[in-house]
Design a protein around this ligand. Sequence first.
Ligand code: G6P
Ligand code: MN
Length: 445
Amino acid sequence: MKLTILGGGGFRVPLVYGALLGDHADGRVTRVVLHDVDAGRLRAIARVLAERAAGVPDAPEVTATTDLDEALRGADFVFSAIRVGGLEGRADDERIALAEGVLGQETVGAGGIAFGLRTVPVAVDIARRVARLAPDAWVINFTNPAGLVTEAMSRHLGDRVIGICDSPVGLGRRVARVLGARPAEAWVDYVGLNHLGWVRGLRIAGRDELPRLLADPVLLGSFEEGRLFGADWLRSLGAIPNEYLHYYYFNREAVHAYREAGRTRGAFLRDQQAGFYAGVADPAVPALELWDRTRAEREATYMAENREAAGAGEREAEDLSGGYENVALALMRAIARDERATLILNVRNRGTLAALDGDAVIEVPCLVDAHGAHPVAVDPLPGHATGLVCAVKAVEREVLDAARSGSRTAAVKAFALHPLVDSVNVARRLVDGYAAVHPGLAYLR
Ligand code: G6P
Ligand code: MN
């Protein structure tokens, strides 16, 4: 089986490859083709993979190319994990938004819109090529903003593109852990959009255990989201939000913390990763070791500003390995071998949330088999959550419209309609500011 990884020179590719190395069953991936626009990054990651594969007799063969069509031809699965504009672009997204006093996070608020505007045209081009060159392939989209990008690609690939994120999985795992259950035996009632969802219940042997958690301040203080949002607010909500909702519920504090920070997340990662890729270019440097050290530092500092603003302290050791690669592998196995699995994924709504149309991509538990991912029926969200989901989906639709038509007016509308952008004038200046620095936005007229 051939797996093509787009963004194959990306820093998290060794995680995916590591998961593949642990799969020895029939029907496993035997060939990995890395594609990237940057040959130097491909060489660096290929070195890390080679060191990881040492001593594994059935390690998947790895090749690398900068030719997209060649990479796609004959693929059974395509992982798309690209970053249009690189980490420099991410840092610009943050800087320009913060200068206007609004959030510039890569998936939430103004930053997510800017990132979406330059990523969607590239993702659509990839989707078209997949439809032509590998029409039977399944596309697993990691590219952020993952829900929006998956929806853009689904217009060309239908249900053959599935978006993934590890944040709902991590949340479900933590809630199960504090309730003393094994994650595998818990049913997590979670729904929303990517980075905008809520756990409304957690059933163990058919019984909802979430009320027990919400009633217990000690349990609530014992895991990441409990500390981030605080026991009082979680009790008021009657649900546990995805960690990214911290940017909404505590927006003022989050913006303040990001403005005060010496460097934004994007700027930190830009510098950190530049050091890593430069280091690996030196053949005397042990590549895997450097990669692992860099990864540990990246994970330890994830959402540090939010945790600081909330007084939430350090991350738990168990939370430091995200599990993003395991979701990807579980999804691929379920499809390729018809091993039924339940996974929280980004798929087309198809009637699951009545407030959204059938083509809107949502994040929801899905039953996965050889025919793909099928969203399970869930209870409706409460009014305030439905409001937020609809508002953000409307923003995503403006982004898709701007990317399709090249309309600057649609781009302004996307920023202006976002709940975390507080003025139409700010939206106009954001479009000007982003268009001035991002070559990927030259299409806006
Ligand atoms: C979480 C999110 C991902 C994001 C990742 C890395 O897992 O769900 O969407 O890509 O964190 O975040 P970072 O800030 O380290 O790039
Ligand atoms: Mn994510």
